[in-house]
Design a binder for this molecule. Structure first.
Ligand code: BES
Ligand code: ZN
Length: 616
């Protein structure tokens, strides 16, 4: 099961193509585009809301346009006005449509005069899909409350009224008021020395798509990890985080050597509470990250390589629609691998690639054909599936194939040129291909046919000749696993003392779906997997132990599920439990206790799973 397919866009099915450009947005970018956002927000913890105003600068494209259509979800709109060049305001007529379950409420503003700016006074709902509010008790240090946003894919509209489509880019300024002693961070350059006086200002001078708007506030300390990088985290976490992420500057320098200068200024990391629903989010200047990668041995820091890589693939050159998301995630996963290889060696990078290849192969079997394409055909695509392992794993595999066919040097130059050519633009798969053909495929004839390229991008499955890395260590693990399952090698004789995180993941991933109970018990007494502090290992262990019927692991599984809200680490355990009536009842009890600590997306995912399990 892919890390993200569980929920990224909810169980959306592409609506009919009523909105020519982006079916997930009501915006009409051919008529008018937002070019700048000026945000004034007050963070109100007691009411769990953001309140303030958004001033949008508009670039009118169509002289006949009479309305500005924005995306919103669960916002309370207090007023909408136009602002003229002198700052004079005048009220505008507007209508907020009934809430669409997937898209939210379309906000239609009458703008026959084509104002240069419009200003919306509004507040968010306590249940905003893109925000999580945590009371002090749910933070590490239990001193102050905490809040954070997660806008990708279509949740920015739940905290800012805007054109919520990745095809539209704008710069932003923000002025944020927070309770004293709190630090506010946004997806813009952050000042690590900023006084905690309750007033924060931000300026994002590069045009970004709406899904990269981000904000967080809480009891945040800062620790430098390099000349242009720092980690932000709660005081009791920041030391550990700075240690885990000490290679950040090396990662930036490596990426720069490969693909040209890092164009955003500072690169900071914000470590969130464990309820953060994803592993990481590439918010410009300030990656948001799960604390579940803080395992002490840097074995999971390729997450930083990944989010940093988005500074080129995704934030600089952006997929124009969610259908093209592989341009963000596939290219980024490829670059992540290159950074990992440069810093931690080929063995580490190959192991991560192999884990991703195997996950893809497991997933492809159960996938509808159209979802297996990097660029799915328009029509009835379940948006859940636009964010599967296909975008990440097949996408990066395609780039590794190009690298292998054209040679590293040629391909590196090509990719650097691609980032330069499309810098600060949102592009479709077809634009990418139009660049690929003359600049790589036709320029070096005989290396790869255009039909091969099309098979990767538009075909189902994975082309047969796709290169697979060798891993002698994984081969040994395969042999040991087989011998262990056959009973010819006892668990305590597994050569696992020096297995790294990825090797444990590989061992566990390869166990049968329903392993024999006695084998799981033997494994646990030898290696003490129940209660492991490494949640990547824990998730895989609990899934298999539960499937084997090992109820003794349930309390520890419950602790894992309660503590961690990251979808990819928690949902598989819920799924494993919900396969039996007893397990489902237990999972429901766990959820009842954990629910308040979960992000809205995690709540939605668990509830959808229960609804499905209830129908069986
Ligand atoms: N941009 C994604 C996260 C995302 C994608 C959020 C789609 C919502 C919708 C981020 O860069 C990502 O891929 N995160 C991964 C980590 C990674 C190392 C594969 C994750 O969260 O697991
Ligand atoms: Zn990503």
């Amino acid at each position: 099961m892919s890390p993200l397919r569980t929920l990224a866009l909810g169980a959306l099915v592409l609506p009919v193509a009523a909105y020519a450009n982006d079916p997930y947005s009501y915006a009409q970018p051919d008529e008018v585009r937002v070019t700048h956002l000026d945000l004034k927000l007050k963070i109100e913890f007691p009411q769990r809301k953001l309140e303030g105003e958004a001033t949008l600068t508009l670039n009118w494209k169509d002289p006949k346009a009479a309305v500005l259509v924005l995306d919103t979800r669960d916002l309370s709109i207090a007023s909408v006005e136009s602002v003229d060049a002198a700052g004079k305001t005048a009220p505008l007529t507007y209508a907020l449509a009934p809430r669409d379950k997937q898209l939210g409420s379309k906000l239609t503003i009458q703008t026959p005069q084509h104002p240069h700016e419009i200003r919306i006074a509004y507040s968010t709902s306590p249940n905003a899909s893109g925000l999580q509010w945590l009371p002090p008790a749910q933070t590490a240090d239990k001193k102050l409350p905490f809040m954070f946003s997660q806008s990708e894919s279509i949740h920015a509209r739940s905290w800012v009224p805007l054109q919520d489509s990745p095809a539209i880019r704008f710069t932003y300024d923000a002025q944020v008021t927070a309770p004293k002693d709190m630090r506010v961070a946004m997806s813009a350059p952050n000042d690590p020395q900023h006084p905690l006086d309750g007033e924060f200002t931000f300026k994002q001078t590069h045009p970004i798509p709406s899904y990269l708007l981000a904000i967080a506030a809480g009891d945040l300390s800062v620790k430098e990890t390099g000349p242009r990088s720092a980690v932000y985290a709660e005081p009791s976490v920041v030391g550990k985080a700075a240690h885990e992420f000490e290679d950040t500057e090396k990662m930036i320098a490596t990426a720069e050597q490969l693909y040209g200068p890092y164009r955003w200024g500072r690169y900071d990391l914000l470590v969130l509470p464990p309820s953060f629903p994803y592993g990481g989010m590439e918010n410009p200047n300030m990656t948001f990250a799960t604390p579940t990668v803080l395992v002490g041995d840097k074995s999971l820091v390729s997450l930083v390589a990944h989010e940093l890589a988005h500074s080129w693939s995704g934030n600089l050159v952006t997929a124009a629609s969610w259908r093209d998301i592989w341009l963000n995630e596939g290219v980024t996963t490829y670059v992540q691998g290159r950074i990992t290889e440069a810093l931690y060696g080929k063995r580490q990078a190959d192991e991560e690639d192999l884990l991703s290849i195997h996950a893809l192969q497991r997933e492809l079997g159960e996938m509808p054909e159209n979802a297996q394409r990097l660029a799915p055909k328009p029509g009835n695509i379940d948006a859940d599936d636009t964010l599967s392992d296909v975008a990440y794993s097949k996408g990066s595999w395609f780039l590794r194939t190009l690298e292998q066919r054209f040679g590293r040097e040629t391909f590196d130059n090509y990719l650097k040129g691609y980032f330069d050519h499309f810098a600060f633009q949102s592009i479709t798969t077809e634009q990418m291909l139009d660049y690929l053909k003359p600049n790589l495929i036709d320029k070096y004839p005989g290396k790869m046919s255009w039909d091969d390229v099309k098979a990767w991008v538009y075909g189902t499955g994975v082309p047969k000749n796709a290169p697979i890395p060798d891993s002698p260590r994984f081969d040994t693990i395969d042999k040991e696993r087989t011998a262990f399952l056959a009973g010819t090698l006892s668990a305590d004789k597994l050569d696992a003392k020096d297995w790294n995180t990825q090797e444990w993941m590989y061992f566990l991933d390869g166990l049968p779906d329903t392993p024999p109970l006695a084998k799981m018990q033997e494994l646990d007494s030898a290696w003490h997997l129940t209660g492991t502090p490494n949640a990547e290992i824990g998730m895989r262990w609990y899934v298999h132990a539960i499937a084997a019927g090992d109820k003794a692991t349930w309390p520890a599984a419950a602790e894992h599920m309660t503590r961690i809200g990251r979808l990819y680490l928690t949902m598989p355990v819920y799924r494993a439990l919900s396969k039996t009536p007893d397990g489902l009842a237990f999972a429901e009890q766990v959820y009842a206790r954990a629910k308040n600590g979960y992000h809205p997306l995690t709540q939605q995912a668990v509830e959808a799973l229960f609804a499905k399990a209830g129908k069986r």
